[in-house]
Ligand binder design. Sequence first.
Ligand code: PLP
Length: 394
Amino acid sequence: MEISSERLAANYRLLAETEGSETSVLAVVKANAYGHGAEICAPVLASAGAGWLGVTDATEGRLVRAALHTAGIPEEHQPHILVMSESLDEDTEVILQHRLAPVVSSAAQLQALAHKAGNRKVRVHLEIDTGMSRQGVAPGNHLDQVLRWLEQQSAVHLDGVMTHFASSEVAGSHQTAQQRRLFEQAMEQIAASSLRPVWIHAGNSSTIDNHDAPSEDGWLVTLAHSVGARAMVRSGLALYGYALPIERERGYTGLAEPRVQPRLLPVLTWKARVTGIREIEAGTRVGYNGTFTSERPMRLALLPVGYADGLRRELSGTQEHPGGWVLLHGQRAPIVGRVSMNLTIVDATAIPAVAVGDEAIVLGEGITAEDHARLAETISYEILCGMKETRMLR
Ligand SMILES: *Cc1c(COP(=O)(O)O)cnc(C)c1O
């Protein structure tokens, strides 16, 4: 897997420019940078100007912190690191040692954190559950409890308040509108407290892409200013060059054009080299269970990749149901038979020059994560996160 540092940096800058100077963009490198390698992507994003990185958990945060050091970025210039999944008690030591900012959502969690921290200061981001029913505290009494707890001590500092939208790729979404109202309610409660968070953040890549989104109409900036904070949006998928299509809420007639999608550049190219060439007669069965049978003499090329590496088995191809393809000498070579654990067979009959050692593109320009996702009936997120090949920065 080749990771283009230029494209990654260009995507980050595009997102930051689209948001403008009033809103920061947190670069999400969780899930090993969506399969791209968090340790190689984090320093690139830091150099491109990211002041915040988002990781899955404390362990990934520690790896990213170490990678920033290794890249020679001085401590004081390193981005802040947000631990996005709620942590367990036993993660606290790593969080404190590596100066990570955990997402929290209950007074009990805060209590445990403060207990472990002793006299060390810890900055937290409080998640508000505005409708995902996943993480976060609901506005109202529960939020008030947490705010009272925070006000009465000094070890834990409320650095940020955040929420996450469930339908940010839907223009005119009723659900987003409802979530906005609840986040506004939370902000009123915070304004009424003595707490002054530095960051208010919400939304993801689609939030930036969607014309109708909270960051676009100044809603988030206004909300952040209402508590004296700065606005931030968190972007993952778009950094890596992919985006969900913008959908429309039923009956919505406003703008639904993506703002950044056409200008995003795929960052990852997955290559494999041909390890075998084989000529077969008509009527020969290919691969597990012989699901493909040749109808004419064929030239097959073997690639040393399979589902163990993240090449989805749904890309298998039969005569009736063509599957995925790779690019050999710039031409499409369809996958024939079942994708196996570490091996895949492609039809190179139309590309007679192909020889052992030649490079095939398994995913990248000409065959994208969206193509793989369509065939595997999933989303590009899952395809990218499933990549397990060795990564190198280009
Ligand atoms: C993963 C995640 C993001 C980034 O989402 P993308 O759609 O990849 O931009 C933002 N915020 C939270 C809370 C997330 O979990």
